[in-house]
Design a protein around this ligand. Structure first.
Ligand code: GDP
Ligand code: ZN
Length: 299
């Protein structure tokens, strides 16, 4: 069944965990494709998105041997208020916004903070450009000015779909954003796109509508992955100190500010360059207010 080259490659036996249900799941690599697996007891901490070494039991099943230390973890608080990893090893967060529902900029700044803490690229997707978007386009200039890329699409009327597909290429991405901005419409579009050649697992129900019940990684092509998760409503940034929050605000984090105190929190200290820059409109007041709100929420 396998040629010599694949046998050698298989020796690495490293695969991406794409689904997990209790001690069972599905893993994928470009040699074996998708194969169901079972975990041993000691691997209960396994998370979708992990890379794991496996051993083949038979042609159709494998057992997990070792889990690689994840590069990053996207976490949420579960119903009991306990931190829980939703997906590991993401390389890109796609932040979806729309003119309707209107953006909640505190939530947007929280998503940006999460992406910076995860050392993960963040791309903003303005969906529903078939509607009137002049106001939101103007507001989003703030974020493109900070260096975040913006893509404008309409998932419903399929405008600029290709720009999004290009942006996803070679990444392991997840869509985040407020309820109603069009995340599942976009996911449906991507999974049914004829521009995407391979896809493995269908999440279409009988009605043909996409539903998400458990976190799942879709393969868009051999090097491009899209995480689909119901868990993004309560994302939790992994914050330990005020400097962690500053990481989410590139304009504040820059170390060349000439605050009087080296460890200035930019809240109440005298001679604070950040507050000065806010008053000079060099730093957006809205962003600064959200910086303070995030500090009072998480510290
Ligand atoms: P989600 O909660 O983020 O997953 O959002 P949904 O995908 O469920 O979409 C919410 C609503 O927005 C639905 O009624 C969609 O039909 C609508 N919608 C999604 N994309 C577009 C778009 O590009 N243009 C317009 N006008 N409506 C859209
Ligand atoms: Zn300061």
């Amino acid at each position: 069944m396998y040629n010599h080259e694949t046998l050698i490659k298989q020796y690495d036996n490293l695969a991406l965990i794409t689904e997990l249900h209790g001690n069972r799941g599905l893993l994928w690599n470009d040699v074996i494709g998708f194969i169901p697996f079972i975990t041993k007891k000691q691997h209960q901490g396994l998370v979708v998105g992990d890379f794991a070494n496996y051993q083949q039991l038979d042609e159709n099943s494998v057992v997990i041997e070792r889990i690689k230390q994840p590069f990053n973890e996207m976490e949420r608080l579960n119903k009991r208020g306990v931190k829980q990893s939703i997906v590991n090893n993401l390389t890109q967060i796609i932040l979806v916004v729309s003119p309707e529902p209107k953006p909640n900029y505190l939530l947007i700044d929280k998503f940006i903070l999460i992406s910076e803490l995860m050392k993960c690229q963040l791309t903003i997707v303005l969906n529903k450009i078939d509607l009137s978007v002049t106001k939101i386009e103007h507001e989003l200039n703030l974020y493109t000015g900070l260096g975040y890329e913006l893509i404008k699409i309409s998932a419903k009327t399929k405008i600029n779909e290709i720009n999004l597909i290009r942006k996803l290429q070679d990444h392991r991405s997840v869509l985040v954003g407020q309820s109603g901005v069009g995340k599942s419409t976009i996911t449906n579009l991507l999974l049914s796109s004829d521009k995407i050649k391979t896809r493995s697992l269908s999440t279409k129900s009988k009605k043909g509508k996409h539903t998400t019940t458990a976190t799942k990684i879709h393969l868009l092509n051999m090097s491009t992955f899209l995480t689909d998760t119901p868990g993004i409503e309560n994302l939790h940034p992994n914050i330990h100190s005020i400097s962690d929050i500053q990481k989410g605000f590139v304009e504040i984090y820059k170390d060349n500010f000439k605050c009087k105190y080296r460890d200035c929190s930019h809240l109440n200290e005298p001679s604070c360059q950040v507050k000065e820059n806010v008053s000079l409109n060099k730093i957006s007041e809205q962003r600064y207010e959200n910086y303070k709100k995030l500090i009072s929420t998480y510290l």
